[in-house]
Design a protein around this ligand. Structure first.
Ligand SMILES: Nc1ncnc2c1ncn2[C@@H]1O[C@H](COP(=O)(O)OP(=O)(O)OP(=O)(O)O)[C@@H](O)[C@H]1O
Length: 328
């Protein structure tokens, strides 16, 4: 028998979602352990919001199975409601209410919310000084903070955040990351969608990259970033590029501009700690034998952005890579 600890807080298995003839989600599976933060990244229209809406119980799954805290989000809606916090992509407010009135009204829907909590929650999201301000006088970023306040007021066990920091300035975004980090620290399970790769890198335990209804890559942040491999890049005069060496089994990618060529190697095989070292020595020997200087030589770790762009590029033409290690 499975214990409570072993049951994931969120489970999605073989989810498919159709809108008429169009299949927006095409067989998505992932799970989120209790207390974890899982980030869904992806291109516009990838199916992130659709997936999260099925988990929130807003729409029935066309196919597949979803569970939140072991319950069916539609069938068990009443039982789940007090345990789940939701921040929609486009929350709607009554523009004439003040911030404090909005939170109080919302608290009225939730069980066990007392007035002092309203002040706490406004403090938490950095809106205490705006308590008497009318909603229509808030900026876009302040409205997102209020959305977050409403999502967490009933102290949920699971929090769904759909693009929580869209429209925020960099400082507000950092503040919000801190709030989300604090909630996670308190054991709240969080599923968030975002277009900000840095947001996912900073906050997520596990992440997935979606494109056109499918998850193409998923794993811990380190696992996904490791997939990008290391980059060795430099410039050479045009005359020397044709006999560039193959390094650690990898052929160079060469682009040409202004009479010089830009050379880049992406090394993804082997242990991260040794692969750039192993490839650099033969490269430097090759250059020394020819009396060449490798201009602007750079060795860097791949980034989440490299993986993201590769996923989108591969989906446009080449075959798509499998999920990375550690996938559950
Ligand atoms: N109610 C709907 N009726 C028909 N098509 C829809 C509906 N909602 C979404 N879609 C389509 O389904 C696809 C997935 O949309 P979804 O909003 O889930 O993507 P997303 O990954 O959240 O995108 P974004 O990052 O742009 O918010 C899109 O092609 C969208 O046009």
């Amino acid at each position: 028998m499975r214990t409570h600890q072993e049951t994931p807080a969120i489970e999605v298995s073989g989810l498919r979602q159709r809108y008429g003839d169009f299949e927006a989600v095409r067989g998505v599976s992932f799970s989120v352990a209790t207390g974890e933060l899982f980030a869904l990244l992806g291109t516009n229209g990838a199916g992130k919001t659709t997936t999260i809406e099925v988990l929130e119980g807003y729409r029935p799954a066309t196919e597949g199975r979803v569970r939140v805290l072991g319950l069916d989000p539609r069938r068990d809606r009443r039982a789940l409601r007090p345990r789940v916090g939701i921040m929609l992509q486009h929350g709607g407010f009554l523009e004439d209410l003040t911030v404090a009135e909005t939170v109080a009204a919302w608290a009225g829907f939730a069980a066990d919310v007392h007035r002092p909590v309203i002040g706490d929650v406004l403090e938490l999201v950095g809106l205490a000084h705006k308590a008497r301000t009318r909603i229509r006088q808030l900026s876009g970023g302040q409205k997102r903070r209020l959305d977050l306040a409403l999502a967490v007021i009933a102290r949920p066990e699971v929090l769904f955040l759909d693009e929580p920091t869209t429209g925020m300035d960099p400082e507000a975004r950092r503040d919000t990351w801190e709030v989300i980090g604090r909630l996670r620290g308190e054991g709240v399970t969080v599923l968030l969608t975002t277009h900000y790769l840095e947001e996912a890198e900073r906050l997520a335990d596990h992440l997935a990259i979606m494109h056109e209804g499918r998850i193409h890559v998923r794993g811990t942040v380190d696992e996904v970033v490791a997939e990008a491999g290391d980059r060795i890049t430099f410039r050479l005069p045009e005359v020397h590029w044709e006999d560039l060496p193959v390094l650690a089994g990898v052929a160079p990618a060469v682009t040409h501009a202004d009479g010089r060529c830009e050379v880049s190697y992406t090394l993804a095989e082997g242990p991260a700690a040794v692969r750039a070292h192993a490839a650099l020595r033969p490269l430097l020997d090759w250059a020394a034998e020819r009396g060449l200087t490798l201009e602007r030589l750079e060795v860097r770790r791949g980034t989440l952005e490299d993986v993201f762009l590769r996923v989108v590029g591969e989906a446009a033409g080449e075959p798509v890579g499998a999920a990375v290690g550690g996938v559950r």
